[in-house]
Design a protein around this ligand. Structure first.
Ligand SMILES: Cc1cc2nc3c(=O)[nH]c(=O)nc-3n(C[C@H](O)[C@H](O)[C@H](O)COP(=O)(O)O)c2cc1C
Length: 220
């Protein structure tokens, strides 16, 4: 049995954006947790207890606003991919099928999730169904409303959402606005925010989220 693949999903697609920086932070916290069975960059690994963590950026999927003619939940559960009518839906289906679990790292937009995330979720059904999911949210108030909405949506997709959901309050980091080149896109988190998250136990919550996800994967 192969090792398990978990995607840490970057959910906002605008430019510039904070999301890639926060996604990398979540990745680093999990990858450096000695009790998390991370297997980095070893494609030969076949131990089912090992987890391969990867970052999956929705901005790189280039999904148009939902335009499928079929209803994803009505497709054959064992092989939905071939049954989509649009090439971009087939491609997205094939990407998501590679993963056994997901950690969605999402900003809060107007008390909910970004449309880019809802759009990407709506394209598929069986590719999400039954898989474990974790949520990390952020925003100037911490993103709790986005996390709550996302939990409902993922539950509707029959995902197994784990209980711990850290919400990062962005107090000091400048929220990115304006035009930046691709190289400049990366926005560094202000040290005061990093300290605040540590003091509030956010890294511990991320590690708990990771272990809850591992437990869910072990149940399969
Ligand atoms: C359209 C929009 C709506 C927003 N709504 C909220 C909100 O409801 N609550 C909040 O705490 N922050 C809100 N923010 C602030 C974002 O959390 C902040 O801009 C963050 O950087 C967005 O993530 P991104 O840069 O990865 O897109 C909003 C930002 C945008 C662009």
């Amino acid at each position: 049995m192969p090792s398990k693949n978990v995607a840490i999903v970057t959910c906002s697609t605008r430019s510039p954006r904070l999301n890639p920086t926060i996604t990398q932070y979540v990745y680093d916290v999990l990858a450096h947790n000695p009790t998390f069975p991370t297997q980095l960059n070893n494609t030969e690994d076949t131990d089912p207890r090992h987890i391969t963590l990867s970052i999956l950026d929705l901005a790189k999927q280039n999904l148009p606003l939902y335009d499928e003619t079929v209803i994803p939940a009505s497709l054959p559960a064992s092989d939905p991919t071939a049954h989509y009518t649009k090439e971009h839906a087939k491609a997205w289906s094939a990407v998501v099928r590679q993963y056994d679990g997901f950690i969605f790292v999402t900003p809060q937009y107007n008390w909910s999730i970004p449309a880019s995330l809802k759009n990407a979720l709506d394209y598929l059904f069986h590719e999400w169904k039954g898989k474990p999911a974790g949520i990390v949210s952020y925003g100037s108030r911490g993103g709790v409303k986005a996390a709550d909405h996302l939990k409902d949506i993922l539950t509707g997709l029959r995902m197994r959402v784990v209980g711990t959901a850290p919400g990062l309050v962005i107090k000091h980091t400048g929220l990115p606005v304006g035009a930046l080149s691709e190289e400049e896109e990366r926005v560094d988190v202000d040290e005061k925010d990093l300290e605040g998250w540590k003091d509030a136990g956010m890294e511990g919550m991320m590690r708990n989220l990771g272990m809850e996800l591992v437990c869910e994967l072990d149940r399969e």
